[in-house]
Design a protein around this ligand. Structure first.
Ligand code: AHR
Length: 495
C-alpha cells in the first residue's frame, strides 16, 4: 500500500490574484531568436505578417502570451533604439558584442516589435539601455513610444508611419547592471536608476509607467537591499531577479543526453527559486510592507551546453521532459508567491535556452515547455487558492528533494484549476484532495508525460510529447485521489 500525500487547498477570501504577467516571455537579439526565428523578413517564402512568421504568431496567441520582453538581456545595454527606426535600407549595422559577434542590421526594430505585440495581444516590456546609453536616449524612447501630442519624438514616430502611440507601460532600466549591463556596484546603480527614472515621463498615456530596476543575480540579497533602501518606492514598479537552473557554469551538460545525477541537480537548482523569492521578498517587505513593488523574475529557465555543432554564442538547446517538469515546478512556485511575484519571463521564447518554440528553416516545433505553459495558462489572472502539501521525497544518491509540487486557482467563471508536478524520475506518487470543501463535483484533466526523461519533440517527430487526457484519478466520498506518474505535469479542472 503506497502512502498518499494530502494536498489541502483553501478558498481564502483575501488571497491574491495570479497576475497573468507571470506567464511572460523574453526575446533577445541573440542567436536565432529574432533573425531566423521570429523574423524572416517580408520577402520570405515562409508565411509571415510584416516579416514575423505566422506559425509563431499563431502558437503564441494560443499560449495567451501576456507580455514579451525585448531587446535583451545583455544586448539591451548595447542597443541604441534610433538605429532600428526609419527606412530599413538606411539603418546602421552594429556588432552584437555579447552573442556571437554577429552583424546586427537593425532590420527588426521598435515598430516591428511593438506592432508584433499588438498583433499578439501581449504587453511589450522594453529594456532600456543604461550601460552604454544616455538618460536622454531612454527618455526619448519613452516619448517616441507613448506621446500622443506634438513633440520631436512623436513627430518622428508619425514620419515613420505610426500615428497612435503604443502606450508601453513596462520599462526595464538596464539589465544585469552588476554584470554585462555595466559591472556596477548596487549603490552606484541605484543612483543611476533614480536619474534615468526621473526623466521617463508617463506622457499621461499609460496610467503610470511600471519602471523595473535591474535586479539581483540569484542569492545576491545585498543587491536587493541596497536598491530598496536607496530608491523611493514611488519610482519603483518592480525589482528584477534572475535565476537560471544551471548544473555548473563551466560544465552545464548536454540538453538531451543527461544522467539522473544531472537531472537531480537541475531540479535542485529549479526548486531554489522558492527560497530566492522568499528571501528577496522578505527584504522587500521591510521597505514595502504593503507589497506595492513587484518582484519580477524576468529571466528564468534551464541552461545547458549549446547543441553540438551550433554556434556557442547562440545558446541553442533542445528541450526535454526535464524542462517540462522544471517549468511546471517553477510556475507552481510563482503562483504560490503571487502576492509579490507579479511578473516573470521565461528565457527565452524562440530558439534560445529553454525555448517554447524551435525553428529549422520552414519547420517549427512546440517544445514540452510550450505545452506546460499552455496547460498552466488557465491560472492567468485567476484567484490563488493557497495550498499546503507535505510532499514525499525524491531521493538520489543520499540527497533528497520534495517530489511533488502544486498550485491551485479559481477563475472568474468559478472553475478550479490544480497543477501538479512529480519530479521523481522513477516513482509515481499519490495525492488526495478534499474536493467537497471546494464545492467540486466533476473533475477532468490533462497530462504531460513521456516514457523517458530525455524525450523531446524533434523536427522529424514534432508531436512525440503533447498533453493527453488524464484519467489517473478517482473520486471517493468527496476525496479526489490522483496518481501522479514519474516526471510528469498534470492540470486538473474542477467544477
Ligand atoms: O538569456 C541570456 C542572457 O542571460 C541574458 O542576455 C542575460 O541577461 C543573462 O545573463
Amino acid at each position: 500500500q503506497k502512502e498518499t500525500t494530502v494536498l489541502s487547498i483553501k478558498n481564502t477570501a483575501n488571497a491574491p490574484t495570479i497576475n497573468k504577467n507571470i506567464y511572460g516571455h523574453f526575446a533577445e537579439h541573440l542567436g536565432r531568436s529574432i533573425y531566423g526565428g521570429f523574423f524572416v523578413g517580408d520577402t520570405s517564402k515562409i508565411p509571415n505578417t510584416a516579416g514575423v512568421r505566422n506559425d509563431i504568431i499563431d502558437a503564441l496567441k494560443k499560449l495567451k502570451i501576456p507580455n514579451l520582453r525585448w531587446p535583451g538581456g545583455c544586448f539591451a545595454d548595447t542597443y541604441h533604439w534610433k538605429d532600428g527606426i526609419g527606412p530599413k535600407e538606411n539603418r546602421p549595422t552594429i556588432v552584437n558584442q555579447w552573442w556571437g559577434g554577429t552583424t546586427e542590421d537593425n532590420s527588426f526594430g521598435t515598430h516591428d516589435f511593438l506592432n508584433l505585440c499588438e498583433l499578439l495581444g501581449a504587453e511589450p516590456y522594453l529594456s532600456g539601455n543604461v550601460g552604454s546609453g544616455t538618460v536622454q536616449e531612454l527618455s526619448d524612447w519613452v516619448q517616441y513610444a507613448n506621446f500622443g501630442g506634438k513633440s520631436p519624438m512623436s513627430d518622428l514616430r508619425k514620419k515613420n508611419g505610426r500615428t497612435a502611440p503604443w502606450k508601453v507601460k513596462i520599462w526595464g532600466i538596464g539589465n544585469e547592471a552588476w554584470g554585462c549591463g555595466g559591472n556596477m556596484k548596487p549603490d552606484y546603480y541605484a543612483g543611476e536608476y533614480r536619474k534615468y527614472a526621473t526623466f521617463m515621463s508617463d506622457w499621461e498615456n499609460t496610467g503610470g509607467l511600471m519602471r523595473i530596476a535591474s535586479g539581483a543575480s540569484d542569492a545576491d540579497y545585498n543587491w536587493t537591499e541596497t536598491l530598496m533602501k536607496n530608491i523611493p518606492g514611488s519610482m519603483l514598479g518592480g525589482v528584477a531577479m534572475h535565476h537560471y537552473s544551471v548544473i555548473e557554469w563551466n560544465k552545464k551538460g548536454d540538453a538531451v543526453d543527461f544522467t539522473e545525477g544531472q537531472y537531480f541537480t537541475t531540479m535542485k537548482e529549479a526548486l531554489k527559486m522558492d527560497e530566492l523569492i522568499t528571501k528577496h521578498g522578505a527584504i522587500m517587505d521591510k521597505y514595502d510592507p504593503e507589497q506595492k513593488i513587484a518582484l519580477v523574475v524576468d529571466e528564468w529557465g534551464g541552461w545547458y551546453d549549446v547543441e553540438k555543432g551550433s554556434n556557442p554564442g547562440f545558446l541553442y538547446q533542445q528541450n526535454t521532459m526535464r524542462d517540462a517538469v522544471l517549468a511546471g515546478a517553477t510556475l507552481n512556485i510563482f503562483n504560490n508567491h503571487a502576492d509579490r511575484v507579479r511578473m516573470a519571463n521565461l528565457a527565452q521564447c524562440v530558439n534560445v535556452l529553454q525555448a517554447v518554440i524551435l525553428t529549422d528553416k520552414a519547420k517549427m516545433i512546440l517544445t514540452p515547455t510550450y505545452h506546460v505553459m499552455q496547460m498552466y495558462s488557465v491560472h492567468q489572472d485567476a484567484k490563488l487558492l493557497p495550498i499546503t502539501i507535505n510532499s514525499p521525497l525524491y531521493t538520489y544518491n543520499g540527497e533528497t528533494l520534495p517530489a511533488l509540487s502544486a498550485s491551485a486557482s479559481k477563475d472568474k467563471n468559478g472553475l478550479v484549476h490544480i497543477s501538479l508536478v512529480n519530479i521523481d524520475s522513477k516513482k509515481e506518487n499519490k495525492i488526495e484532495i478534499d474536493i467537497k470543501e471546494l464545492g467540486i463535483k466533476n473533475v477532468s484533466g490533462n497530462l504531460l508525460a513521456s516514457p523517458k526523461l530525455q524525450d523531446f519533440n524533434s523536427f522529424d517527430n514534432p508531436t512525440k510529447i503533447q498533453p493527453t487526457a488524464f484519467k489517473g484519478f478517482e473520486i471517493k466520498k468527496g476525496k479526489l485521489v490522483i496518481t501522479v506518474p514519474p516526471f510528469s505535469v498534470i492540470m486538473l479542472e474542477g467544477k
